[in-house]
Design a protein around this ligand. Structure first.
Ligand SMILES: Cc1ncc(COP(=O)(O)O)c(C=O)c1O
Length: 316
């Protein structure tokens, strides 16, 4: 591997691992794309870089600027790494009940944290950020839910990498948060491998799975609508929080992949899909590693206790 000038040069080009021994159908292979290998630890490194570069290119982001973003996790951490290296000041609106590891990571990278009410969750953080952005027009509000540089990062990065490394792919499965991953990879496949079917993993309405949202809960991300929306998907798999935890544990115990909870959800969705296929090759996304979720006990505590606590702790 060549020596690189900056960790930012290590974003993308993530490896794919065969976890077909976890497939419930011997004729369906399941492959995990490890976005946890990005330098700040998640798939969001790609979109944070893409949004910053787009804002630099169009002049929105000037040297020394202040950025504002509502994020309870990965996007904030990725932006914090990039802002530190590029000399920007970053303010992150963060719900008060996220795990301590996230706050610590943001602080380690030098981001300023603006707390938002725990009971309002990530939607409350979005609302407060929007209000602050209106009050401070000089702050740059990249807003991952509406920023087309988000799906573009997957159109130009994640999608081509998958087809290059797994040309035999038949199905793609990913969790839906901002929808950037599914919309961007989907747009690439529609152009270059239109037989590939796109599946979203969502929690049931009203239930929480780390990193994911149910479109039925009321908020539809603007990037979802702008990039084809429901027509860009071939189906969705509803995954309950309990299944997500069970599969997160199976990934670590049976494949050695120490992943976050939404990756367990994506794996659960891939397994459900595999059961219904005649044959095929499914690629799913491991969004992040398990490090930020250790304090929740998700990997080692009694399963019922962890599932009960999902209602109290914000995982996304
Ligand atoms: C841990 C995790 N998993 C999954 C997702 C969903 O990805 P996307 O926003 O591209 O839909 C996110 C982001 O929202 C996330 O932070």
């Amino acid at each position: 591997m060549p020596v690189v000038a900056s960790v930012l040069d290590l974003i993308g080009n993530t490896p794919v691992v065969d976890v077909s021994h976890l497939s419930p159908n011997p004729r369906v292979r399941i492959l995990a794309k490890l976005e946890s290998q990005n330098p700040a630890g998640s798939v969001k490194d790609r979109i944070a870089m893409s949004m910053v570069e787009a804002a630099e290119a169009d002049g929105t982001l000037q040297p020394g600027a202040t950025l504002l973003e509502p994020s309870s996790g990965n996007t904030g951490i990725a932006l914090a790494m990039i802002c530190r290296l590029r000399g920007y000041h970053l303010k992150i609106v963060l719900p008060q009940n996220v795990t301590a590891e996230r706050r610590q990571m943001l602080e380690a990278y030098g981001a300023e944290i603006i707390p938002s009410p725990a009971e309002e969750g990530s939607n409350g953080a979005v609302r407060l950020a929007q209000k602050l952005a209106d009050e401070h027009p000089d702050w740059v509000f990249l807003y991952q839910y509406g920023n087309e540089a988000n799906p573009t990062a997957h159109l130009t990065g994640t999608g081509p990498e998958i087809l290059r490394d797994v040309p035999e792919i038949t199905h793609f499965v990913a969790g839906l948060g901002t929808s950037g991953t599914l919309m961007g990879v989907g747009a690439y496949m529609a152009e270059h491998a239109p037989h590939v079917k796109m599946y979203a993993v969502e929690p049931p309405s009203g239930e929480h799975v780390e990193g994911l949202r149910s479109l039925d809960d009321g908020y539809v991300p603007p990037v979802f609508e702008k990039w084809g929306g429901i027509d860009a998907l071939h189906g969705k798999r509803i995954v309950r929080p309990a299944d997500s935890i069970v599969w997160t544990r199976r990934l670590v115990n049976e494949a050695g992949i120490f992943a976050g909870i939404s990756s367990g959800a994506a794996m659960a969705g891939a397994a459900k899909l595999a059961e219904r296929l005649e044959e095929g090759v499914i690629v799913f996304i491991v969004c992040d590693g398990g490090w930020k979720y250790l304090s929740t006990g998700a990997y080692t505590e009694d399963l019922e206790t962890v599932i009960d606590s999902i209602e109290d702790v914000i995982y996304f």
